[in-house]
Design a protein around this ligand. Structure first.
Ligand code: SAM
Ligand code: SF4
Length: 323
């Protein structure tokens, strides 16, 4: 499936809930946000129907996200069903890792292909402050259980000025001691994050180079996304960098998103898209849904335009979009 600019789209991020058990300062306000009504959220059968329509068009890689996907009952059953759809090659999840700690075996059995764990600090107090209440020990338990279970795992960390910059080498050290990938993601100026200061990737690289020497490109690591990977001398795993602001990757964008309320979203920072929930519930045939997807795709924006204040700049928060 190609968009209007000829980019091949094979990756769908599915936000299955806007709810979360944490309240990260860059993602949600302390008091939380009014949650979507149950009826507003796409039902699992609706998600499965959309994936059955999209897979024959070339969407092979899926990622469940949220909010926190594990807060929605039946999340692991959904993974099991998604893995059965012909053409679907991988079903990954992005999670804060809290509720997964005791369900890694079940996740593996359901067919979870890969896990991205969000972890911005190893310091228990900083983690509690940053997530407004989370326990970092639980996330680390998930990390080691996922490794034991053989689930391919990456850590996602957002460098934040005045919060974890000094600690970045310790986070990177997890990839020195373990065959995992630690990725540093530039904060995107969406929602609550507009009040925080991103640390440019080039500065993060300088810190890591000072600690571990040259960051040699690691061509062996491949994801389905925009990260650049390196492997310093002596590392078992690798380090990744995702920088929406300083290195725009839109020219190679291969993804579309489904928000928890069923909007087919074409770009992180644009409101452009189609209300697939309304279409599904209007009794549309699969052919009509496919036609709506194709015509939406023709309009996929060329770039995210974070730097420009566009009239249609995304007003939703990350917990609604899913990252
Ligand atoms: N709750 C899950 C988690 O935290 O992994 C999945 C949803 S969360 C919205 C997905 C990812 O988005 C997380 O890795 C989080 O750190 C990241 N994120 C949230 N707000 C962000 C922002 N403003 N800029 C960049 N990444 C952000
Ligand atoms: Fe929840 Fe993930 Fe947002 Fe943190 S980043 S508040 S864990 S959805």
């Amino acid at each position: 499936m190609r968009d209007g600019l000829g980019r091949s789209i094979d990756y769908l991020r599915i936000s299955i809930t806007d709810r979360c058990d944490l309240r990260c300062v860059y993602c949600m306000p302390a008091a939380g946000v009014p949650a979507l009504e149950h009826a507003e959220i796409l039902r699992y059968e609706e998600i499965l129907r959309l994936v059955r329509i999209l897979a024959p068009l070339g969407v092979k890689h899926l990622r469940l996200t949220g909010g926190e996907p594990m807060t929605r009952r039946g999340c692991l059953d959904l993974i099991r069903e998604l893995r059965k759809v012909p053409g679907v090659e991988s079903v990954a999840m992005t999670s804060n890792g809290i509720l997964l700690a005791d369900q890694i075996g079940e996740a593996k059995a359901a067919g979870l292909t890969a896990l991205n764990l969000s972890l911005d600090t190893l310091n228990p107090d900083t983690y509690r402050r940053l997530t407004r209440g989370g326990d970092v020990g639980t996330v680390l338990r998930t990390l080691s259980r996922a490794a034991e279970a053989g689930i391919q795992t990456k850590l996602n960390a957002i460098p934040l000025r005045g919060v974890n910059v000094e600690e970045l080498p310790s986070l990177a050290a997890l990839a020195r001691e373990n065959p995992i990938c630690v990725r540093f993601i530039e904060l995107m100026p969406l929602g609550c994050a507009r009040d925080l200061t991103p640390v440019p990737t080039v500065e993060v690289m300088e810190h890591l180079e000072a600690a571990y020497g040259p960051l040699c490109p690691d061509d062996a690591v491949r994801g389905h996304g925009p990260a650049v990977y390196v492997r310093p001398e002596g590392f078992q795993g690798s380090l990744g960098f995702i920088s929406a602001l300083s290195h725009e990757f839109c020219g190679h964008c291969n993804r579309v998103r489904l928000t928890a309320d069923g909007s087919f979203k074409l770009c992180l920072n644009h409101t452009k898209g189609t209300d697939l929930r309304a279409l599904l519930r209007s009794g549309a045939s699969d052919g009509e849904v496919e036609a709506a997807i194709r015509s939406a795709l023709a309009e996929k924006p060329a770039r995210h335009n974070f730097r420009e204040a566009l009239a249609d700049r995304e007003a939703r928060r990350m917990n609604e979009i899913g990252g």
